[in-house]
Write a protein that binds this ligand. Sequence first.
Ligand SMILES: [Zn+2]
Length: 119
Amino acid sequence: MYTEKRFCQCCGLSLKGRSDKKFCDDGCRNTFNNQQNSIHNKGIQTINAILKRNRSILLAKLPEEKKQAKVLKEQLLIMGFNVRYMTHQGLLPNGQSVQFCYELGWVILKENCWLIVRG
Ligand SMILES: [Zn+2]
């Protein structure tokens, strides 16, 4: 019977036994999974940090008692706002698009004038 040579995905040693085996033992499986998780989490953490910073900046410009506030885009950029990162998009009844960072959104009124809104 032909058996394909297989190797542990963690340490690279050849595997014996069941054909669906991917690791030598639980130790290798755990090590591999932990490494995978840390790589994946790092990507998520980096982006989450940018999104959270964007949200804080929007919050700082939108007082609690207000539903919306006009701001200069430049001011947001100076505070560290990253326009490339948002969580989702929406459409206003007039067809204009709203970019959201969690529950806060922004509408581009003019090149440098934005309207921050609550979602
Ligand atoms: Zn191994």
